[in-house]
Design a protein around this ligand. Structure first.
Ligand SMILES: CCCCC/C=C\CCCC/C=C/C(=O)SCCNC(=O)CCNC(=O)[C@H](O)C(C)(C)COP(=O)(O)OP(=O)(O)OC[C@H]1O[C@@H](n2cnc3c(N)ncnc32)[C@H](O)[C@@H]1OP(=O)(O)O
Length: 264
């Protein structure tokens, strides 16, 4: 894993991004050849719920962008009022063990990929973003959210337990105290409330405003060496990924979750 992480920022320097655009069924990726900014758009109506196929496409999209010379990537949604409704409930209802295993692996891989990108990332949250939707945005480095929607890790309200890497992602963004209050109560924050606690970094009037603010974020790094930037990001985020990926506790927890899911 370490070699993969260290090779990427060097390889991106030798790849061009010009005129890149790719659209699969569930995810659209476009790169603006003037700004070098990529936009990854989830497009799985009605609510962008995260099933195995969407996660695989998302993971692939963010991984592919690692081999292009981009300034940064924005994650957003094609839907009018939903960023993502979180994990697809149908994936968790009486799944076959193999599917459940593949699903959980794809979720964690996607989180790790986005959390670890060598390039800067922003979530332009243009709609509701509960649970797994919130997790995706937390994996990005910066969040801009359109007014009057909701975001948060509401798992306890659903009677389920957020995996500890969901919790770690929240604690990487807001204080331990606020995370405890939010997670134990399953709180969904309105945009302005999320802004007050730092769960989102900026608010926006609409999607266009959110995209414009997201683009502006990347200019902070105009005078920053991209490799130094990435290694610093790794220094700050690496431990969380290691805990999420490797520990014995994680493996036990995953078995427990899959076991629970296959029994419900
Ligand atoms: C289930 C037990 C598993 C136990 C496993 C143990 C542990 C695992 C923990 C893992 C952590 C979990 C993370 C998650 O992400 S869980 C999912 C949490 N998501 C939510 O709570 C969101 C639920 N949805 C909503 O709040 C709303 O739908 C909305 C996103 C705000 C949109 O509202 P609105 O625009 O009014 O649309 P509708 O409510 O009418 O929904 C439209 C159709 O979409 C279907 N839908 C909604 N959410 C989901 C979803 N997460 N998965 C699949 N389908 C979803 C909804 O049923 C409607 O379908 P219909 O048109 O056919 O009725």
């Amino acid at each position: 894993m370490a070699s993969k992480i260290f090779v990427r920022p060097i390889s991106i320097a030798f790849n061009a991004f010009r005129n890149y655009s790719s659209s699969s069924k569930l995810v659209d990726v476009s790169i603006n050849d003037k700004t070098g900014i990529a936009t990854v758009t989830m497009q799985r109506p009605p609510v962008n719920s995260l099933n195995y196929e969407l996660l695989i496409e998302l993971n692939g999209a963010f991984q592919d962008l690692g081999s292009k010379k981009i300034k940064g990537a924005i994650l957003t949604s094609s839907l009018k009022t939903i960023f993502s409704a979180g994990l697809d409930i149908l994936e968790m209802y009486k799944p076959k063990p193999e599917r459940a295993n593949a699903f959980w692996t794809s979720l964690q891989d996607t989180w790790i990929t986005i959390f670890n990108t060598p390039y800067p990332t922003v979530a332009a949250i243009n709609g509701h973003s509960p649970a797994g939707g919130c997790l995706l945005s937390l994996a990005c480095e910066y969040r801009v959210m359109v007014n009057n929607y909701t975001i948060g890790l509401n798992e306890t309200k659903l009677g389920i337990v957020a995996p500890f890497w969901f919790v770690a992602s929240m604690k990487n963004t807001i204080s331990n105290r606020e995370s405890e209050l939010a997670l134990t109560s399953g709180r969904l924050y309105k945009t302005d409330e999320a802004f007050k606690v730092g769960l989102v970094d900026e608010t926006a009037e609409n999607k266009e405003d959110a995209l414009a603010k997201a683009e502006k974020f990347f200019s902070r790094f105009d005078a920053v060496n991209p490799i130094a930037r990435f290694l610093t990001k790794q220094e700050l985020r690496g431990k969380i990924v290691k805990v999420g990926r490797k520990t014995f506790i994680y493996k036990i927890f995953r078995k427990f979750q899959i076991c629970m899911m296959t029994r419900i």
